[in-house]
Design a protein around this ligand. Structure first.
Ligand code: SAM
Length: 255
């Protein structure tokens, strides 16, 4: 991971001029724009509220496993700390959703709902469908959504494979892939989600530098015939399908 980070930073410093005007705008948004004070407060509040939740839940793990936990019995505040979304990722997600006024979102992997909440801050009227396999975790997420009066969020509990059946024929403005961080499942979900996109849809893949496998998946996604442009932010990979954009792959990073 450290090697991958150093390589990324070097490539970012040596980045060529960005040709496409839309990509240029998004990179500027990621690197330069700041959150509004009210958004900042909400982000901090949502991230912090798990801090004192010492309840223990029993996790059903469907993903790539954990590099931190070695038991299925986990404290909620520790799940939030290690599996929840970082402030940096939250900011990118929130800014993108606000910038594009994204209205219909699909999320793979709700966990405690930190990412879902961040997307809601970006656009409070967005309709979010979020999928989670672990019943205990999704129960806690639901509890926090209700506690914070976050509406218009549908949690589909169960294996992603089964949840696909419930979203057939829908279109989403943004799909956030933060479920199974392994190559084959990532590519499988990507291909199946191509049916859910319009030209203006944006796909975001979490943790593309998490492992060699995830980097390989990212390279395949970048080179897919329907993909027009991408941004690698190190933490996440952002994919555009808009044929009005120039075919281009770039990097963006906020120090
Ligand atoms: C990294 S966490 C999601 C974090 C969350 N998006 C956030 O921002 O806080 C990944 C979640 O995806 C769920 N998951 C992984 N693979 C799954 C699968 N195949 N079916 C259902 N849920 C799955 C896991 O149970 C886990 O809670």
């Amino acid at each position: 991971m450290l090697k991958s980070y150093i390589k990324f930073i070097l490539n970012f410093i040596l980045r060529n001029n960005i040709q496409d005007s839309e990509l240029k705008k998004v990179c500027k948004l990621i690197e330069k724009s700041k959150l509004k004070q009210t958004e900042k407060q909400k982000v901090t509040f949502f991230q912090q509220q798990f801090k004192f939740d010492n309840r223990i839940i029993s996790i059903t793990d469907f993903g790539a496993g954990s590099r931190v936990f070695n038991s299925d019995e986990r404290k909620i505040h520790l799940i939030a700390k290690y599996a929840g979304m970082s402030k940096k990722k939250s900011e990118i997600l929130l800014k993108l959703i606000a910038f594009y006024k994204i209205e219909k979102i699909l999320e793979f992997g709700t966990s405690l709902g930190i990412g879902t909440s961040m997307m809601k801050i970006g656009n409070p009227v967005a309709k979010i469908t979020t999928m989670e396999g672990c019943p205990e975790t999704s129960k806690i997420a639901k509890e926090y959504f209700e506690k914070n009066a976050l509406n218009n969020i549908e949690i589909l509990v169960g294996e992603f494979e089964n949840s696909f059946k419930k979203i057939e024929n829908q279109k989403f403005d943004l799909i956030y892939f933060d479920g199974n961080h392994q190559k084959e499942p990532t590519l499988n979900y990507f291909k199946r989600c191509l049916d859910f996109k319009t030209e203006k849809s944006i796909f975001i893949f979490d943790d593309i530098h998490w492992s060699k496998e995830m980097l390989e998946a990212w390279e395949i996604i970048k080179n897919h015939s329907e993909v027009i442009a991408t941004i690698d932010t190190f933490d996440m990979g952002i994919v555009f399908f808009n044929s009005k954009m120039k075919k281009e792959h770039t990097l963006s990073y906020k120090f």
